[in-house]
Design a protein around this ligand. Sequence first.
Ligand SMILES: C[S@@+](CC[C@H](N)C(=O)[O-])C[C@H]1O[C@@H](n2cnc3c(N)ncnc32)[C@H](O)[C@@H]1O
Length: 233
Amino acid sequence: MMKQNNNNPQQIQLTHQDLQNLSAFNLMLDLTLKGEKDIDEHLLTIFSLVVAMKPSTIIELGVRTARSTFPFLFAANFVEADLISVDINPVQPDFNFPDNLKSRWSFFQKDAIKFLEEDFPEIMQSDKVVKSGKSKIFYVDDWHSSEHVTKEIDLISEFATPNDIIVLHDLMYYNSQPNYRSEHKPKDPQWANGGPYDAISKLDLDNWEYATIPRCNGLTILRKKASEVYTDL
Ligand SMILES: C[S@@+](CC[C@H](N)C(=O)[O-])C[C@H]1O[C@@H](n2cnc3c(N)ncnc32)[C@H](O)[C@@H]1O
């Protein structure tokens, strides 16, 4: 924590940890402003969502070079959350994370659906999640076919509540913003059958709500609606 210097109250004393945080924050800002990878403009949003939501647990499906992992993990450290990341391939991080961040991070190298069927229920029923009563964040950015994302939302939905958010990348893939993209015969099979937009657009809006930040392939925030609206009537 930054402290005021007693000899000179105008001067703020920075610890080594403060400097590490400032440098990580600066990197995140720089990537959000000028980064060229397909998620970079969302890095500060991802960080802010975690800091605002203060989840017990973040589930990240799709890691690649840990570009989204960086803001999740950095923010997780401020709110004492655990980050559980999943990718079918080995991860090759663009960053060398310090040990205090790495201790909050677990990685499963497996298919995301298998993870959600085999490992996820136990994680969601753990003390860390249940007893804390805190929120959860689910991030969906792995294989983007409609069937795959539909199945993921089905499995996540068993444990998601209106206190939680599901964040999805790429409903505006190939930078189609501000329009969603949903091709039924795309050249690349990972967008098959309408891609992630197809999956989300079929959700029942009596039970779900969502909105998308129209930058950098779209970052969608999806939430189960709460059942009541409090009014003064
Ligand atoms: C778009 S990249 C993820 C990017 C990362 N979230 C980021 O923002 O930089 C998609 C990742 O999903 C992984 N992937 C593809 N199919 C998968 C599957 N069935 N299960 C888990 N991961 C998968 C790929 O290996 C790739 O690393």
